[in-house]
Ligand binder design. Structure first.
Ligand code: MD6
Ligand code: FE
Length: 225
């Protein structure tokens, strides 16, 4: 059942509320927030993350400028995003172990494809998933995702665990970012004219979440190659 309970305009964004607690919000042309889209999948996604990290541990990568990132990262799929003093890039193998990144679990692929389709990007087949882990105090400064080959493909981003404030800017670094509250199970699909918009995550506040404990996780699915 998906009875529409309400439909209100919140600033520039349209919010549709359904009985299941799901809602869609357009953040910008090409950027769609699917609230609650992955809530039911969250426990299974966390079990997959636990398996992945046994093969490819979370690590604090170094920026090209020599700063240790406060967000810990790992990857699955054939294209894993890495940064070190040499720069940002995609690698087939984990530089810490020399092994290929763990395979993309079916539930990851399936979730990414369903979310992309719902946002108007049919046929999204990611080849990489960057897994971000935030402890309280961790943050991600404003950046663009521009290391992928084809900007026609969206990025699908899944939030798990503690809530966070997503900073959603514009095409220029100086564009003042909007603050968007993201909760566990929220999915952002990000493409089209918004694909190269600046964005980041504000410092994570302390908290406790039934699925992830004291942390937030984020999955970003990409078609990198
Ligand atoms: C995060 N997300 O939410 C970081 N990038 O932890 C991102 O950097 C991101 O959510 C591109 C598209 C969507 C995102
Ligand atoms: Fe990003």
């Amino acid at each position: 059942m998906s009875k529409v309970l309400g439909n209100k305009i919140l600033g520039a964004a349209t919010l549709d509320l359904f009985s299941g607690g799901e809602a869609e919000e357009r953040l910008a042309e090409g950027a769609m927030l699917l609230r609650g889209f992955a809530v039911d999948d969250a426990p299974a996604l966390m079990r997959s993350i636990a398996e992945i990290e046994r093969m490819a541990a979370f690590r604090h990568m170094m920026t090209p400028g020599g700063r240790r990132m406060s967000v810990a990262m790992t990857n699955c799929g054939v294209a894993g995003w890495v940064t070190d003093r040499q720069g940002y890039r995609y690698e087939a193998c984990d530089p810490d172990s020399g092994n290929p990144w763990p395979a993309m679990p079916d539930i990851f692929n399936d979730l990414a494809a369903r979310a992309a389709a719902k946002a108007g990007f049919a046929g999204f087949l990611p080849d990489g998933c960057l897994i971000n882990r935030y402890d309280s105090g961790a943050q991600l400064t404003l950046h663009q995702d521009k290391d992928e080959r084809d900007f026609a493909m969206p990025i699908v981003s899944v939030s798990l665990g503690l809530p966070a404030t997503f900073l959603f800017g514009g095409a220029q670094r100086r564009d003042r970012p909007r603050r968007v509250a993201l909760e566990s199970g929220d999915v952002v699909v990000w493409g089209g004219p918004a694909r190269l918009f600046f964005h980041g995550v504000a410092r994570l506040a302390e908290g406790a979440h039934e699925v992830t404990g004291s942390r937030r996780y984020n999955l970003t699915f990409r078609k990198a190659l």
